[in-house]
Ligand binder design. Structure first.
Ligand SMILES: NC(=O)c1ccc[n+]([C@@H]2O[C@H](COP(=O)([O-])OP(=O)(O)OC[C@H]3O[C@@H](n4cnc5c(N)ncnc54)[C@H](OP(=O)(O)O)[C@@H]3O)[C@@H](O)[C@H]2O)c1
Length: 322
């Protein structure tokens, strides 16, 4: 019997690594194109996974990547644009990753006979949203929904937590090294969702026709303010610090300075713009096919206390042996 062949773009990152591990354990054949092989090396341990270095914006490369695939899952995304690359309605980095790429992938799927596309967007994606991130995510969704001949599902998660997240771990690290936590948009609200629940939703959607042409919100069971999340990350990691809410002007100045530091900024002005609207589910109802979400306090204290790294390594080892 032919195994279902799935291409996962953006598969080398945080969500992708969890998704590939799950789908590999379920017997799918997976192809993960990446811009930099070393970033995706950990996936090579998994059964049925092929990783290739490729430019997914190149039509010829896409033709060969999608050639014999049945499904495409697109996780590609950027959280920040560089300080000098802001723009209206969004800058060139958001344009490339969040709008141009989904449009290109949707058209390429139809051209190469890949009829199923699962696309990762974000909660709060909105053409009139306050941030470049939310507006560009909405444009990517629209490009996919407008593509004729495609069975698509769009997922919109709130902020995602899990052992190797860049969110609670970041707040825990900062509190380890600094005596106080100055925080912009401290009262912004989130409904964090567990990465295991996110990737499970993708895996379930592969076999459920009722998920086609649906936009699926993925949220956790509880709503927290940013201040509460930072406080919990401090407590669970063993370094609770006083949190000082910053006025908007000072938060923007702080974000501007962080944008100019080398590497991924901890916070950008666009992140602050995103937080002008609450990042919570639009209705209290979840689709019948989606299992109940996992509570944060059942997972996060464990990995923030330092035990999580060993556990996630063990998980990869276990799935590569199965
Ligand atoms: N993490 C969250 O809390 C969260 C919340 C809501 C929505 N999301 C969405 O979920 C998706 C996955 O997030 P994540 O946290 O796993 O992100 P991540 O760890 O940063 O991974 C992002 C992936 O996107 C790829 N990528 C980024 N820019 C690219 C570009 N210009 N060209 C080609 N590939 C590019 C990277 O691939 P290579 O570097 O290997 O090429 C990487 O595998 C994103 O779309 C994100 O917007 C995440």
């Amino acid at each position: 019997m032919t195994r279902t062949r799935i291409v996962v773009t953006g598969g080398s990152g945080f969500v992708g690594s969890h998704l590939i591990a799950l789908l590999a354990s379920q017997g799918f054949e997976l192809l993960v194109p990446t811009r930099r092989l070393p970033r995706a090396r950990h996936l090579l341990l998994l059964p049925g996974v092929t990783v290739i270095e490729a430019d997914i914006f190149d039509r010829a490369a896409l033709a060969s990547i999608l050639g014999d695939a049945h499904v495409l899952i697109n996780l590609t995304g950027v959280l920040h644009s560089s300080a000098g690359k802001r723009g209206s309605p969004w800058g060139p980095q958001f344009e490339r990753a969040h709008h141009a790429l989904p449009a290109l992938l949707a058209a390429a799927c139809v051209e190469h006979g890949v009829s199923r596309l699962l696309h990762m967007s974000a909660l709060g994606a909105d053409a009139k949203g306050p941030s470049m991130y939310s507006r560009s995510k909405a444009a990517g969704e629209a490009a996919i929904r407008q593509q004729a001949g495609l069975s698509w599902t769009v997922f919109r998660p709130s902020v995602i937590f899990g052992p190797d997240d860049n969110f609670l771990n970041q707040f825990a690290r900062l509190q380890k090294h600094f005596p106080v936590m100055p925080l912009g948009c401290a009262e912004a609200r989130f409904q964090p969702v567990y990465v295991g629940d996110v990737v499970n939703a993708f895996a379930l959607a592969l076999g459920l026709p009722q998920t086609m042409a649906q936009v699926v919100e993925l949220v956790g069971p509880e709503v927290f303010s940013l201040r509460e999340l930072v406080r919990l990350a401090g407590i669970w990691s063993g370094h609770p610090r006083p949190i000082i809410g910053l006025p908007n002007w000072l938060a923007r100045l702080q974000a501007l300075m962080l944008e100019f530091l080398p590497g991924e900024p901890l916070m950008s002005r666009d992140n602050l713009d995103s937080m002008k609207v609450d990042n919570v589910g639009s209705s209290g109802q979840r689709p019948a096919w989606l299992p109940a979400p996992t509570a944060m306090d059942g997972i996060a204290p464990y990995y923030l206390s330092g035990a999580g790294r060993a556990a996630s390594y063990e998980r990869y080892r276990a799935s590569s042996r199965s």
